[in-house]
Structure formats: structure tokens, C-alpha cells
Design a protein around this ligand. Structure first.
Ligand code: PEP
Length: 254
């Protein structure tokens, strides 16, 4: 049983008091949690340690939104995997489409970041997904294969045993337009199939999250699909009630 992971990507939002309140509200609302569902929050770097302390002993995990592919040195403004581990992170998002598009992160860089995360004992959440133009050109699978293969080639399939994959169609991120459960399921099945070609064991155990305008009212339909194991949530992770409604949808799909 893979269980569900509901992960909040806060992006560059919030500040001290707001983040503390949001975290406390999630903790209170989620309580002891639900079997087979884990929650995760990924706040901006400066708040990680403090919010991580609030999460201690709870069923809500801590993650970062990005990391450097380098271990240490003259990389002004960058943050290493070991530093994230040191402040209490368990997860780190790697290769989010905003970073691929706006910061020019290539699949090779993403693969290096994935390897760096694993090297420090973090669990990477590898984001893959196509643009609208690529979907319309029927390139979805080709794009995803390229994004996955770059990491598989760099680390080998065994490295995926602690990783999570997030399918995030770029056209559905922050647009209010979500993939239908069937569209998402088709791609998730494809991703699992690609992993299966390397290792059935890892493919079967891999949590594959869907991301792209997931809300409380569409989460249930998505999570009911056999290959959708949770969500990577942007906008709706910034309000405790919205995030908890998605978590509740996962718990009732349990
Ligand atoms: C995201 O940025 O990973 C995301 C899925 O955002 P949203 O939920 O706002 O579409």
C-alpha cells in the first residue's frame, strides 16, 4: 500500500507570523492525522527551522522547495542539501516547472540536484510535466520520458526508492485549469510504466503525486484514480481550510 502524500508548496509567500499561524492551523486541523495519509509543508527557506520545530512530534513533515546541486563553496545565495537536512527537512522539491522555466534549470541540473538531495539523506520530490504547446503537439510522454531519463541515467533506479514523483502539467499550475482525473491517471500510469521497465518493485512502491490547481472540490476525483497517490498543492496550500479539505479528500480515499 503506497498511501497518500499531500504536499504544500508555499512558493515565495507569507512571512513570519502568517506562516506560524498557517502551520499551527494545519496542525490543529489535522490532529492525529489519518492512516495512510501524510501531510508535508514546504515553506520558504528562512522559516524552515522555526516551522520544523512546531512540527516536531506531529504527523506533518517538513520540506524545502529547492536546493543547490553543489555541496558547499562559493555559490552565493545557494543552499545545500546538508543545510536543509540540518534544519530538519525530510523532503525537497526538485525540478519544479517554475524553476525549469524561470531559472533555466535543465534536466541535467535537476538530475544533479536529485542526486545531491539523496546524498544528504533527503527525499527528493521530482517534478515532471509538459507545457500546453507540448500537450497539443502530443509530446506529453516524450517530454516526461526525457525529464525522467535524465535522472534515471544520473542516479540509477535504486536511487528512486526513497523519492517521490510529482506530475505537474505546466498548463494546470496556478491557472485554475486542472487535468481531468483520466488525463492525470493516463500520465501517472505512463510514469509508473517507465519505472517498471527498470524495477517493478520500485515502480509499485513509488508515490506519484498530481499537481496543478488541486482544490478541495476536485481532489477526491483525482485521488480515486489508482495511480494518483496524493497531490503537490500550490495556491490551495496557503489557506489551512483549503489544504485540510484536500487532506480530508485523501483520507476518505484511503
Ligand atoms: C505548484 O506550483 O506546484 C502547483 C501545483 O500550484 P497550484 O496548485 O497553485 O496550481
Amino acid at each position: 500500500m503506497r498511501g497518500y502524500l499531500v504536499a504544500g508548496n508555499w512558493k515565495m509567500n507569507g512571512y513570519g507570523a502568517v506562516n506560524t499561524k498557517l502551520t499551527r492551523s494545519i496542525l490543529e486541523g489535522w490532529g492525529a492525522g489519518a492512516t495512510q495519509v501524510r501531510l508535508l509543508i514546504c515553506p520558504p527557506y528562512p522559516y524552515l527551522r522555526e516551522l520544523g520545530q512546531l512540527l516536531e512530534g506531529s504527523s506533518v513533515a517538513l520540506g524545502a522547495q529547492n536546493l543547490s546541486q553543489h555541496a558547499s563553496g562559493a555559490y552565493t545565495g545557494e543552499v545545500s542539501a546538508a543545510m536543509l537536512k540540518d534544519v530538519g527537512c525530510e523532503f525537497v522539491i526538485v525540478g519544479h516547472s517554475e524553476r525549469r522555466a524561470m531559472m533555466g534549470e535543465t534536466s541535467a541540473v535537476v538530475a544533479d540536484k536529485f542526486a545531491a538531495a539523496l546524498g544528504a539523506g533527503l527525499r527528493p520530490i521530482l517534478c515532471v510535466g509538459e507545457t500546453l504547446a507540448e500537450r497539443e503537439a502530443k509530446q506529453t510522454e516524450t517530454v516526461i520520458d526525457e525529464q525522467l531519463s535524465a535522472v534515471l541515467k544520473r542516479t540509477g533506479v535504486d536511487a528512486f526508492s526513497t523519492a517521490v514523483i510529482a506530475y505537474e502539467p505546466v498548463w494546470a499550475i496556478g491557472t485554475g485549469r486542472t487535468a481531468s482525473p483520466q488525463q492525470a491517471q493516463d500520465v501517472h500510469l505512463h510514469i509508473r510504466g517507465r519505472l517498471k521497465a527498470h524495477s517493478s518493485r520500485i515502480a509499485e512502491r513509488m508515490q506519484i503525486l498530481y499537481g496543478g490547481s488541486v482544490k478541495g472540490d476536485n481532489a477526491g476525483g483525482l485521488f480515486a484514480e489508482p495511480d494518483i497517490d496524493g497531490g503537490l498543492i500550490g495556491g490551495a496550500s496557503l489557506k489551512a481550510d483549503d489544504f485540510l479539505a484536500i487532506a480530508a479528500a485523501a483520507a476518505s480515499s484511503d
